[in-house]
Design a protein around this ligand. Structure first.
Ligand code: ADP
Ligand code: MG
Length: 612
C-alpha cells in the first residue's frame, strides 16, 4: 500500500503520474464496477477513471487532468453514490450543470443544483433535502453549485457546515479547475474565493478537474486551493495530492489546418463543399470570432448550400429560450450545424459531433474547442481555418497583455508548422514534467502526418528575407510604422512607400502574396523582426520593425553581394506549403517527394485501444 509507481495502463497510452490506485484489490472494487454498469450503463473504465475513483474512495486530495470528453464527471459521480453523505460540485456554467443533473436523474441518482435566479420555494425545498441529508434521513448524493452562488449564499454555507459537522460531507469537487488561475485562459474571479474551502473545511478532501492545465496553472491551483504538493512518483508519501493525467491524444480526432482565403465567399464555399462531401448528414460546430460573424456564417452556409445544410446560431446575445430551442433542435438533428462564438462550449454534451471548424485565438482554444468533436469515440474532423495576418487582428480588438501576445506567437508557430504532428505539438504545448517530446509518437492522421509528397517545398529564402529586412529598416528610418500586412505589401512592391529610392534599390521579393506573408511571420517568429505594440484607447496595433538580436543585425548588415553570392553566412531555408490543387496535379504528373516531407513516412493509423 502506498507504493507509487509508473506503469502503462493496459495499452491505454502513457499516463502522467500513476499510483497503485489502479488495482482491483480495493474492498469497494466489485461494487464500484457494479454501479458503473447498473447506474451509468458503462462497461468499463476509461483512461485514468479507475485510479481517480479509487483515490477518491481513499479520501485523497486529487488533481485530475483528462481531455474534454474523456469522462471526468464519472470520477466523482461514481464515488459519490458509494460514499456516505453528499458530494459538493462547484461548476462554472449553468448549462453544464443542467446537463449533468438531467443525466443523473435519468440514472436515479439524487442530485440538486443551486444557482442564482433559482425560485424561492425551490431553494427552500433544496435546503430541506440537504438538511435531511445532514441528519441522515435523506440522501442527496450530489449538490452542484456555481462559484458565484457559493460565495454569495450564507444560508448554503451554513448548510455545508452542518453536513460537515455531521460527517455527511463526502467531498468537494471543482470542475474546470483551471478557471482558478489567472495564468489560464478562463480565469474567473469567483474561483479564487474557493481558497476558503480548505480553510473552513480542512478535513474534507478536494478533487480538482480540468482538461487543460499547464505546469504554471497547476502550481496556482495547488496554492490557491491549499492543496499539498503532488506526491512524486515512486514515493510512499500518502499526504500529498495525487495527480492523474491521461494522454491528451484523442485518436479519433483528425486535426487539420487550412489556409483561409482572404475572400470571404471563398471560405464559405470551401466549408459548404467540405461539409457536403464529408459529412452531409452529420452534426457539426463552426466557431466564429464574433456574434455578428456567427450570424452571417450561419446564413451564408444555409444559402450557399441551397438549404441542404441547416444551420443555427448561438452566442451570448441570444435570449435563453431561443438558446434552449437551439439545443433541442441540435440534439434532435433538426439543426445540423451550429455557428457560434466560444460561448457555445462548456457543457455541450452531444456525442456525435463529426466536425468542428473554426478560427482560433490560441492553441489552447483550438485544442479545447476541438475537443467537442467525436465524444462517441468515432472519427471526427477538427479543421482550423486561418490566415496568419488575422492573428494580429485579435490583438487589435482590445487592449491586450503581453501574455496574450505570447499566445499569438504560439498560435502562429503552430499554424506555420507544416511538419510536426499536431498531436505532438499539443502535447508539447501542454507539457507536464511526465512527458518528454521524444517519447511521443506521431498520430499518423493529422494534416502534417498525412501530407502528400510535394505538398511542402523547402526553398532558399536568403535573398527575399534580406530584402524584407532591408525594407523594414528603410521604413523605420523614414519613421513609418508598418503592420505585418503592410510590410508584406511593401516587400512585394505594393503601396506608396515603395517609390522611395532607398526601397527601390533593395528590390522586390519574388514570392506570391501568400508566401510573402508567411515569410514575414516566419521572420517575426525567428526574431529577425520584432514587434512594437501601439496602444490607443480602443485597440492595440502590432507593428513590425527590424529585430535587435545579434543574428538579426548580422543578417541585415550583409551586403547585397554577400547575400546574392552566399559567400558569407548560412543560407536561410523555409518550407512553403504548396496549394492543394497544385499538389494534386504535381503528384499525378509523378512529382517526387520534396526534401521537406520525404523524411517522414506516416505510421499506420493507430488501433483503437480504449474504444468501446
Ligand atoms: P469531460 O467532463 O471529461 O469532458 P464527461 O464527463 O462529460 O467528459 O463525459 C463525456 C462522455 O463520455 C459522456 O457522455 C459520458 O457518459 C461518457 N463516458 C464517460 N466515461 C465513460 C466510459 N468509461 N465508457 C464510455 N463512455 C464514457
Ligand atoms: Mg466536464
Amino acid at each position: 500500500q502506498g507504493q507509487l509507481q509508473n506503469i502503462d495502463q493496459k495499452g491505454n497510452g502513457r499516463l502522467g503520474v500513476i499510483t497503485n490506485y489502479l488495482s482491483d484489490k480495493f474492498e469497494w472494487a466489485a461494487e464500484l464496477v457494479n454501479k458503473l454498469n447498473v447506474v451509468f450503463g458503462i462497461d468499463s473504465f476509461r483512461l485514468v477513471q479507475e485510479g481517480v475513483c479509487n483515490a477518491n474512495m481513499s479520501g485523497r486530495d486529487i488533481v485530475c487532468v483528462m481531455p474534454t470528453g474523456g469522462g471526468k464527471s464519472l470520477t466523482y459521480q461514481l464515488p459519490a453514490i458509494k460514499s456516505i453523505g453528499c458530494t459538493i460540485v462547484i461548476s462554472p456554467l449553468i448549462s453544464l450543470i443542467r446537463d449533468q443533473i438531467l443525466h443523473l436523474r435519468e440514472s436515479n441518482v439524487e442530485a440538486v443544483m443551486l444557482m442564482s435566479g433559482i425560485a424561492q420555494d425551490e431553494m427552500r425545498s433544496i435546503m430541506r433535502r440537504l438538511d435531511e441529508t445532514a441528519t441522515g434521513k435523506g440522501g442527496v448524493k450530489l449538490c452542484y453549485v456555481t462559484p458565484e452562488r457559493l460565495s454569495k449564499s450564507d444560508n448554503f454555507m451554513f448548510m455545508v457546515q452542518k453536513l460537515a459537522k455531521n460527517g455527511r460531507l463526502a467531498r468537494f469537487v471543482i470542475d474546470e479547475a483551471h478557471c482558478i488561475s489567472q495564468q489560464g485562459h478562463d480565469f474567473r474571479t469567483d474561483y479564487k474565493k474557493l481558497s476558503m474551502l480548505r480553510q473552513q473545511f480542512p478535513k474534507i478532501p478536494i478533487l480538482a478537474l480540468s482538461a487543460t492545465c499547464s505546469q504554471k496553472v497547476l502550481e496556482d491551483l495547488l496554492q490557491i486551493l491549499g492543496l499539498k504538493p503532488i506526491t512524486p512518483g515512486r514515493s510512499a508519501n500518502l499526504n500529498g495530492t495525487v495527480y492523474f493525467s491521461s494522454p491528451l491524444y484523442r485518436e479519433n480526432l483528425n486535426y487539420k489546418v487550412v489556409e483561409k482565403s482572404s475572400v470571404r465567399a471563398e471560405v464559405i464555399r470551401h466549408m459548404v463543399e467540405y461539409i457536403l462531401e464529408h459529412h452531409p448528414n452529420a452534426s457539426g460546430i463552426i466557431y466564429c470570432l464574433s456574434r455578428r460573424d456567427s450570424e452571417a456564417v450561419a446564413k451564408d452556409i444555409q444559402v450557399r448550400s441551397e438549404g441542404k445544410i441547416r444551420t443555427g446560431v448561438y452566442h451570448s446575445g441570444i435570449p435563453d429560450p431561443v438558446k434552449e430551442k437551439l439545443h433541442e433542435d441540435w440534439r434532435s438533428g433538426a439543426i445540423k450545424v451550429v455557428c457560434a462564438t466560444i460561448a457555445f462550449g462548456l457543457g455541450i454534451d452531444k456525442a456525435d459531433v463529426r466536425f468542428v471548424m473554426h478560427h482560433s485565438k490560441s492553441v489552447q482554444n483550438y485544442y479545447q474547442e476541438s475537443g467537442r468533436a467525436g465524444r462517441d469515440g468515432k472519427d471526427a474532423d477538427c479543421i482550423l481555418y486561418y490566415r496568419s495576418m488575422d492573428a494580429f487582428r485579435y490583438n487589435e480588438l482590445k487592449q491586450e497583455s503581453k501574455q496574450s501576445h505570447q499566445q499569438i506567437h504560439e498560435m502562429l508557430r503552430f499554424l506555420q508548422d507544416t511538419n510536426e504532428c499536431r498531436n505532438v505539438l499539443f502535447a508539447k504545448h501542454f507539457a507536464l514534467s511526465a512527458w518528454s517530446a521524444d517519447e511521443l509518437a506521431r498520430c499518423g492522421h493529422c494534416d502534417n502526418c498525412t501530407r502528400a509528397p510535394g505538398a511542402v517545398e523547402e526553398r532558399d529564402i536568403t535573398v527575399d528575407a534580406w530584402r524584407v529586412l532591408r525594407i523594414s529598416q528603410a521604413l523605420k528610418r523614414a519613421d513609418e510604422n508598418v503592420t505585418a500586412q503592410k510590410l508584406s505589401d511593401c516587400a512585394r512592391g505594393v503601396g506608396a512607400e515603395v517609390k522611395k529610392p532607398e526601397m527601390a534599390a533593395v528590390g522586390k521579393v519574388s514570392l506570391s502574396k501568400q508566401d510573402t506573408e508567411a515569410l514575414v511571420i516566419h521572420l517575426m517568429l525567428e526574431q529577425y523582426l520584432t514587434v512594437k505594440l501601439h496602444r490607443t484607447a480602443h485597440k492595440t496595433v502590432t507593428y513590425l520593425e527590424p529585430g535587435k538580436a545579434d543574428h538579426a543585425t548580422a543578417f541585415m548588415n550583409r551586403s547585397q553581394a554577400q547575400v546574392d553570392e552566399a559567400r558569407t553566412g548560412a543560407r536561410m531555408m523555409y518550407a512553403f506549403l504548396i496549394p492543394e490543387k497544385k499538389v494534386k496535379t504535381k503528384a499525378s504528373a509523378g512529382g517526387g517527394p520534396s526534401p521537406a516531407s520525404g523524411n517522414t513516412t506516416p505510421p499506420p493509423r493507430r488501433k483503437k485501444s480504449n474504444a468501446k
